[in-house]
Design a protein around this ligand. Structure first.
Ligand code: FES
Length: 129
């Protein structure tokens, strides 16, 4: 349910803080905008649930550790590995991956998801949309 907090923005009660545990997610409707809320290292990150590629439901995709290339002493690529300290989200439509921390595409940082402001007050999470 939303509550008007200014002439331009509405503050939507998205749920309890416990609904978004560490490395968890919650997808809610804030008016006509679907929003995905994630928690990484305690911080909330929220994005419109709309992939920058073709509008797929990005926030409902698989959450996967970021893949990093392994280099030898000459900086030649010798393999790849998961970076368990960072998470990406993969679009269920065509597989584009975005950093959950930044919203930026994993391979093309100029492409990004639309960040949505959220705040956490008194054990509740609010979307400002
Ligand atoms: S719509 Fe997300 S990768 Fe195409």
């Amino acid at each position: 349910m939303g509550a008007r907090c200014s002439a331009a923005a509405v503050r939507w009660d998205a749920g309890a803080s416990a609904d978004v545990p560490e490395r968890g997610r919650l997808v809610v409707d804030a008016g006509e905008t679907s929003v995905g809320i994630f928690r990484i290292d305690g911080a909330l990150h929220a994005y419109e649930n709309r992939c920058a590629h073709a509008g797929g439901p990005i926030c409902q995709g698989l959450m996967v550790p970021r893949v990093v290339e392994l280099l030898d002493e000459r900086r030649a690529i010798i393999g790849s590995a998961f970076d368990e300290t960072d998470l990406n989200i993969a679009c269920p439509w065509h597989g584009a991956e975005y950093s959950i921390r930044t919203g930026r595409h994993a391979g093309k940082p100029a492409i990004a998801l639309r960040r949505i402001p959220v705040e956490e007050v008194g054990g509740r999470i609010y979307v400002i949309a």
